[in-house]
Write a protein that binds this ligand. Structure first.
Ligand code: SF4
Length: 366
């Protein structure tokens, strides 16, 4: 079987004691400039990620959820430094990589890898399976050709691909098999941290559970740490240890999985969970669906105050003026909303009683 230890010749993954943070992101901003006119002057910026903080503990899976365009994929790519970030700090295994040059980053690349959303687009159609999985070994290790061949076959075993398929090309595989090839490639350098960017979104429903189970098995086998990005709340509930909810470039709520699904605090999280289909018809009839009005504002021109104030069913006056800072609650949860602002509650002026989860939300199926 595949050796979980670091590949000889590759840069070693940073050692982090169990139970300690492996990934620490602070104040991460990723703004894309907008250029207009003949002179291509910068006239603004799309604030795709606008001040994100989170920590991923070694061996855990942090789910990152939100609507399309909320900035979750950009966050994943920025954390791996596939972009030159605008601002912030990213520490992986204790090493600050936030503003490291691409040349210096190269030796840290084996530590952190990515599984992409579209396995069709992320695999080179002119390379066979063996060449695809071997490519990172060629780039980052000094293994002999025979050792690389053995490693490729071990990786194929690990992800459940038949060794006889090693010379086949991506077009000869199903979507689920192509995703397995992508996962094998991501594992080639024995990473510690993997960003899974909507890894099941392009797959048939019948295949999705197989790929998620494979990711869980590999996590246990190799001690992997995941940032699992998805808009599928049911799947995130299945795989994640903690869940972060993003809206318009910010994390609005972050909580342990069970707490978040049992009692979502932020109005946006409540709306998201109320939209999850309920398979039990009896429960489905009692669902109190939260319908959000209006469109998501442009990340190039977010509203003043709370980002969610233009759509929030519980909006208050203060929300249009003051951006709510993330508030850390005693139970380890984090929420950015004035409903949980002590000052408002004590004064009893405008703060509404935070709504409780509906019966449906408590019964969301994994
Ligand atoms: Fe809604 Fe105000 Fe909370 Fe924003 S701060 S989510 S607008 S209640």
């Amino acid at each position: 079987m595949l050796d979980a230890a670091a590949t000889p010749g590759a840069a070693p993954a940073a050692e982090t004691p169990a139970g300690t943070p492996l990934v620490e992101v602070r104040g991460l901003k990723m703004h894309f400039p907008i250029h207009t006119g003949l002179l291509r002057r910068q006239t603004g910026a799309v604030k795709a990620v606008d001040g994100v903080d989170f920590t991923v503990m070694e061996g855990e899976t942090l789910g990152l959820v939100g609507e399309s365009g909320c900035g979750k994929s950009t966050t994943g790519r920025a954390v791996l430094r596939l972009y030159d970030i605008t601002e912030g700090s990213i520490r992986i295994g204790g090493t600050e990589i936030g503003h490291m040059s691409q040349g210096a980053l190269r030796k840290h690349r084996p530590t952190m890898q990515m599984v992409f959303q579209d396995p069709q687009a992320s695999l080179n159609p002119r390379m066979n399976v063996s060449q695809i999985i071997r490519e990172p070994l060629d780039e980052h290790t000094k293994l002999s050709s025979k050792e690389k061949d053995e490693k490729v076959l071990e990786l194929m075993d690990a992800v459940g691909l038949n060794r006889a398929f090693a010379r086949r090309f991506p077009h000869a595989f199903s979507g689920g098999q192509r995703q397995r090839i992508g996962i094998a490639r991501a594992l080639a350098l024995s990473p510690k941290f993997i960003v899974c960017d909507e890894p099941i979104a392009a797959l048939d429903v019948s295949i999705q559970a197989q790929v998620v189970n494979l990711l869980e098995d590999l996590q246990e086998q190799f001690g992997l740490t995941y940032l699992f990005i998805s808009h599928d709340l049911s799947m995130v509930r299945h795989i994640a240890t903690r869940v972060a909810v993003m809206y318009l470039g910010r994390i609005v709520e972050l909580a342990p999985r069970e707490a978040l699904y049992a009692e979502p605090l932020h109005p946006y999280t409540q709306a998201l969970l109320s939209a999850v289909p309920e398979p039990d018809p009896a429960l489905a009839r009692k669902v109190e669906r939260v319908i959000l009005k209006g469109d998501v504002p442009s990340p190039a021109n977010p509203p003043k105050g709370c980002n969610f104030c233009t759509r929030c069913p519980q909006v208050m006056e203060v929300c249009h003026e003051i951006d709510p800072a993330p508030r850390h609650l005693p139970d380890g949860r984090q929420v950015a909303c004035h409903l949980y602002d002590d000052t408002n509650k004590t004064a009893g002026e405008t703060a509404a009683e935070p709504s409780r989860p509906t019966e449906h939300q408590q019964g969301v199926s994994p």
